[in-house]
Unconditional design. Structure first.
Ligand code: SF4
Ligand code: SF4
Ligand code: SF4
Ligand code: FES
Length: 949
């Protein structure tokens, strides 16, 4: 627990190695060159009055509150915009300065509502504070003249209110939107007295370009921009630092609390992944945790057609364990398994895999990372030697060229996108490879040098063509390769990609990317200095996902772009703890730390620690579990925090498999799609209700801290522990720190990780061990983890999913900023105001050809199934390609995706489905069945008193 105020030093820190010493009010201070006088003063405990300055933004110098006297300088310079100099002598307070500051305040206050006692900012208003600091006692101008006091409030945004009557036109909001967020939605319109803050063309916030990140709200020194929850609840009395549970950026937040109630989430300035910034989801979309749909009591039923029966925790756990034991006794030890979740903490994930391996006695454990980033693990392990990204997010600030492949960071990883855009505005070059024109391709002050607008499914052809140009035009970093890579594999690869069949001119036919653009992009990446690759699910969710990851690693090694700041191979992880769930041994063939279950030395280490023999054969992957269920061999599944019935491909196949099982145990917040097929429902806990850790896309382990008690009575790790004990596997942890201690004792890359270290440092990036006691920000420095970097051949094999006359279009999928994956959380917040349904994007040519206009209902038919969505006609997608998001279960996006998958990891080929699109007038047959089934399942919860109050 901590106090709520964060110290603001006025201007951002500087990192220069050159230190300068100056005197401020007779106190000496030494600071890096470039530091402002204001910040230097704050560092020796002198707060110079300020209004337009904050240490989150570059100084602007508009309010004139911070004037100081500097010996030898004319006039009274603004301390926020004046950099320190060696030997400078500064006076921060004298009679003249005091009078000027009072005069400035007097002017501000003469045009400000005097409603301090009822103002939402009362108690933390910087204007109010400054009035006190400068000793303002009267306003000589009176309040009768022209003013802005009647300016109308803008309440269009559901999360914050804009009350221009309180605005002091300090521009902090405008600068926050420009510098921090990079959306540039705000301006100061007009001049002098008429100047005012305007969103876009003076539109209501909801109709403007604003993406509701909240940076302007945080920057505002008055109550002009205030969170609606703060207006409604008043100020918090304590705060707890925790980590966002949405995406793989892993932003740090201070949950500002009143008792057990959250007042607001404030991004933490010291957060190493976000530096005080956030997106709409982390800052505002937390209402799901107390949404009336949330179930907080355990329930059981014998058949999925039976009504749910509310039971005690004891009965639910005993029933679940007895069913699992019965099934194993009847069908064999391998007839049951478990699925961990990338939404849960490392400690919870570790316990589920331990329960499966040691309690169920098999290795039938898998995770939702199977369907997103499993190819990353495989591809990077085999080339570089470690299944993880190579850099910190901050590393992007050293990149000279940024290559984004199959990722849409402004929607999927918004806070990192803001940082990336900052670097791009500083002049870094940009290449985007994506079948769709994402926002990054062109946004304010940013334009990609190359948009490689490839056909979905041709990634590997593209990477081979890029490699061909680099090899044949002599752009390989020969010294780097000689020193650090396996030369035999390199020579083989060089010969392979140099083959004329990989020339861009030849592959243009396949990828659709003009050879000249491709050659230009290859030259830019290889020669512009530090080249950093960022990629997402557009790389992994393909039948050649692992091949493409290896192709990316090959390219980075050949150009010397691994092993220092500013470069690297960086998978942007979708969910908050994808990295962690993989690290924790969620895959059926690997113990924590990516060590094979067949490795006798590793297995015996776990056997000694857990006190029983473990199996050496890998267990079933999720798709294998489905197949085995349909074959009658796999009968029970424990699913923690994952909704396979919505998120896995070919929904009808998944639901048939679930129906074929005898006991499905779902541990979740809501009666999700999978829970509709369940026999035991164990009410889970939100990230606000538990302790633990998440590991973000940078391998950064951060603390999740309990800010309120679990609404169901137990945190998820406690529920798994109850089930383990009921299954006969003793678990007696009293706090997740003990689980982390066990993880550290059994996992070499985590050997030095402890809650104490994380609390001390704020976070830690693995590997963290005796060699790297503070963790490892950049990997592969000096040498690759595997020794010498391994080049692997990446033969392009077209997907089986071909277009033909019957299915002439390719459907590809993605995410949107305001919604999150299956939408279970964000759909239960005001975020749906931005995106209330999934739509099908279709190019105007394809639409016209089919007589489809904007807003029409269209049927989308694939080899797997059919669904119906409304059309959005847009040239963001290329002709021949259609696109949709998948945030609403009734959209049935996965009814049409097929079971094709990555050859190495079974990661589904979500990004390529051949479809036909036609105008229709009613929902698909599947959608009608879905609605009926959903209504029936909701009725089976009936009158049970199981929902959150
Ligand atoms: S909420 Fe974010 S995007 Fe919207 S105006 Fe404020 S800073 Fe800009
Ligand atoms: S809205 Fe707030 S931050 Fe923006 S100019 Fe007005 S007072 Fe300053
Ligand atoms: S960028 Fe990701 S981690 Fe950060 S606030 Fe948004 S959803 Fe949360
Ligand atoms: S704080 Fe320096 S001019 Fe406003």
């Amino acid at each position: 627990m901590q106090s709520i105020a964060e110290n603001d030093l006025g201007t951002p820190a500087r990192t220069s190695g050159r230190l300068l010493t100056l005197t401020i009010d007779d106190r000496e201070v030494t600071v890096p060159e470039g530091t402002s006088v204001m910040r230097a003063a704050a560092l020796v405990g002198t707060s110079i009055p300020k209004l337009c300055a904050t240490d989150q933004l570059e100084a602007f110098g508009s309010c004139r509150m911070c004037l100081v006297k500097i010996e030898g300088m004319k006039g009274l310079p603004a301390s926020c915009t004046t950099p320190v100099a060696q030997g400078m002598r500064v006076t921060t307070q004298n009679r003249q300065l005091a009078e000027i500051r009072r005069g400035v305040m007097e002017l501000y206050i003469s045009d400000h509502p005097l409603d301090c006692l009822t103002c939402p900012a009362n108690g933390h208003c910087e204007l109010q504070d400054m009035a006190g600091v400068v000793g303002l006692r009267e306003v000589r101008y009176g309040y009768e003249g022209a003013s802005h006091l009647q300016a109308r409030k803008d309440t269009s945004n559901p999360y914050f209110t804009f009350d221009p009557s309180k605005c002091i036109v300090c521009s902090r909001c405008v600068r926050a939107c420009d510098e921090q967020q990079g959306t540039l939605a705000l301006t100061i319109q007009s001049r002098g007295f008429d100047s005012k803050v305007a969103a876009s063309q003076d539109d209501p916030f909801m109709d403007s370009e604003c993406v509701s990140c909240g940076a302007c709200v945080q920057a505002c020194p008055t109550a002009t921009l205030s969170e609606n929850t703060l207006i409604a609840k008043g100020q918090a009395e304590h705060s707890v630092t925790t980590t966002c549970a949405y995406c793989g950026v892993g932003c740090s937040f201070r949950a500002e609390m009143k008792g057990e109630e959250i007042v607001r989430m404030v991004p933490h300035k010291d957060g190493h992944a976000n530096h005080g910034h956030s997106c709409i989801k982390g800052r505002f979309a937390i209402g799901y945790a107390s949404h009336p749909d949330r179930i907080v009591k355990p329930m059981i039923r014998a058949r999925i057609s039976d009504p749910w029966r509310e039971v005690s925790w004891e009965e639910a756990i005993a029933y679940a364990a007895s069913e699992l034991k019965r099934i194993q006794a009847t069908y064999g030890r391998d007839a049951i398994g478990g699925i961990t979740s990338s939404r849960c903490t490392n400690e919870e994930t570790y316990l589920v895999q331990k329960l499966v391996r040691a309690g169920f006695g098999n290795n039938n454990v898998d995770t939702c990372a199977r369907v997103c980033h499993s190819p990353t693990g495989y591809g990077l392990k085999n080339t570089l030697g470690e299944s993880a990204g190579t850099q910190t997010f901050d590393s992007v600030m050293q990149a000279d060229v940024i290559f984004v492949i199959g990722a849409n960071p402004t929607d999927g990883h918004p806070v990192f996108a803001s940082q990336m855009k900052r670097r791009l505005r500083q002049g870094a070059r940009l290449i985007v490879a994506d079948p769709r024109r994402t926002d990054l391709v062109r946004s304010p002050h940013i334009a990609a040098d190359y948009h490689l607008n490839l056909r979905p499914g041709t990634n590997v052809a593209l990477i081979n063509a890029l490699a061909h140009v680099i090899v044949t035009e002599g752009m390989v970093k020969e010294d780097y390769v000689r020193e650090r890579c396996d030369l035999a594999s390199f020579e083989k690869w060089r010969k392979f990609v140099a083959d004329p069949r990989h020339a861009p001119e030849v592959l243009e036919e396949v990828t659709g990317v003009p050879a000249a653009s491709l050659r230009g992009a290859a030259r830019l990446y290889a020669t512009a200095g530090n080249g950093a690759i960022y990629y997402g699910l557009g790389v992994t969710e393909h039948s050649q996902g692992s091949t493409m990851v290896m192709g990316i690693a090959n390219l980075a090694m050949a150009t010397g772009n691994v092993g220092r700041e500013g470069v690297g191979v960086n998978p942007l992880r979708g969910q908050n703890n994808v990295q962690g769930s993989c690290d924790m041994g969620s895959f059926p063939h690997e113990f924590p730390g990516y060590r094979h279950v067949a490795d006798d030395a590793v297995r015996s280490q776990f056997e000694r620690a857990w006190g029983l023999p473990l199996r050496s054969e890998p267990g079933l992957r999720i798709p294998n579990m489905f197949e085995a269920a349909l074959d009658g061999e796999f009968k029970a599944l424990y699913i923690e925090g994952e909704d396979i019935a919505q998120s896995d491909p070919n929904t009808q196949h998944v639901t048939a498999s679930l129906t074929a099982m005898e006991c499905i145990i779902v541990q979740d917040l809501f009666l999700n799609e999978s829970a509709k097929f369940a026999h035991v429902f164990l009410p889970g806990s939100s990230f606000l209700e538990k302790d633990g850790t998440f590991t973000n896309a940078e391998r950064r382990i951060s603390r999740v801290r309990r800010v309120m008690k679990p609404k169901s009575g137990y945190a998820d790790w406690e529920i798994t522990q109850l089930l383990a004990n009921a299954m006969g596997l003793p678990m007696n942890y009293t706090h997740p720190s003990q689980i982390m201690a066990e993880i550290a004792s059994l996992t070499p890359t985590f050997a030095g990780v402890s809650y104490e270290l994380i609390d001390r440092q704020g976070s830690v990036q693995w590997p963290c061990n005796a060699d790297h006691p503070q963790g490892t920000p950049t990997m592969h420095v000096g040498a690759f983890v595997r020794g010498r970097g391994q080049f692997l051949l990446t033969e392009y094999v077209p997907t089986r999913e071909r277009v033909n006359a019957k299915y002439p279009l390719i459907l590809t999928t993605g995410r949107i900023l305001s919604q999150y994956n299956v939408g279970a959380q964000t759909r239960r917040t005001e975020n749906s105001r931005w995106h209330e349904e999934d739509r099908l994007e279709i190019h105007p040519h394809d639409a016209e050809h089919r007589g489809v206009v904007e807003g029409d209902w269209v049927g989308i038919v694939s080899r797997a199934g059919e669904t119906v969505l409304r059309a959005r006609v847009t040239d963001r997608v290329q002709p021949g390609v259609v696109y949709t998001t998948f945030h609403f279960p009734e959209s049935g996006a996965n009814v049409i995706t097929t079971e094709n998958s990555d050859w190495a990891t079974n990661c589904p080929e979500y990004k390529v489905t051949a479809v036909e699109v036609t105008r229709v007038s009613r929902p698909s047959q599947w959608q009608r069945r879905f609605q009926e089934f959903t209504s029936a399942q909701q009725a089976l919860v009936g009158q049970a008193d199981v929902f959150v109050k």
